[in-house]
Design a protein around this ligand. Structure first.
Ligand SMILES: Cc1cc2nc3c(=O)[nH]c(=O)nc-3n(C[C@H](O)[C@H](O)[C@H](O)COP(=O)(O)O)c2cc1C
Length: 174
């Protein structure tokens, strides 16, 4: 069975923590962890089952002049790959209290870029159970990836991860 790649960034924060939990829930031996700060399009090409993990930390994340930022550097690599034959899912960290008007927006930004490059995203999540005002991650009434709030709802994380991993299990074939 081919491995599932988790491309995540930044290293050492909430995204990293949740990436580890997803890896554990899928099964350590079935997952390859790849920090986006060291990765390129050629690394994405190696896998046909991919989970991307990121946080929403303001516009600077995506500004290529912030090349020291993990996702700022990696984002241009996303558009160099055709995802038509790949299974792809996204999870994203956010803060639904302080940023209720842009909760996990970057799940939306990344997800739309992936879809523009042929991806059919799996692992959509109902907005029920989340409180927020606006989110670019919501498309046709659902989050297009898994939102996690380690700042204000850390007690929900394990349950959210467990149910999402079950949801993507058959699509990813693990
Ligand atoms: C400067 C800054 C801007 C942020 N902007 C948003 C935002 O627009 N929407 C959101 O949902 N969370 C926002 N957050 C919350 C982060 O996404 C959240 O704290 C996340 O857990 C950070 O994960 P990381 O440490 O792995 O990057 C912001 C946090 C910071 C520090």
């Amino acid at each position: 069975m081919s491995k599932i790649a988790i491309f995540y960034g930044p290293v050492g924060g909430a995204v990293n923590r949740v990436a580890d939990k997803i890896k554990e829930a899928i099964g350590e031996d079935k997952v390859e962890m790849i920090a986006v700060k060291n990765a390129s399009a050629a690394d994405i090409e190696k896998y046909d089952k991919i989970i991307f993990g990121l946080s929403t930390v303001g516009k600077d994340t995506w500004d290529s002049s912030f090349s020291s930022n993990d996702w700022g550097r990696f984002m241009p690599e996303i558009g160099k790959v055709d995802y038509g034959s790949k299974k792809v899912a996204v999870f994203g960290l956010g803060d639904h209290v302080t940023y209720a008007h842009g909760f996990v927006d970057h799940i939306g930004l990344l997800g739309k870029e992936l879809m523009a490059n042929g991806a059919v995203l799996v692992g959509q999540v109902s907005t029920e159970g989340y409180e927020f005002d606006e989110s670019d991650a919501v498309v046709e009434g659902k989050f297009i990836g898994l939102p996690v709030d380690e700042d204000f709802e850390p007690e929900m994380t394990d349950k959210r991860v467990a149910s999402w991993v079950e949801q993507i299990r058959s699509d990813f074939g693990f």
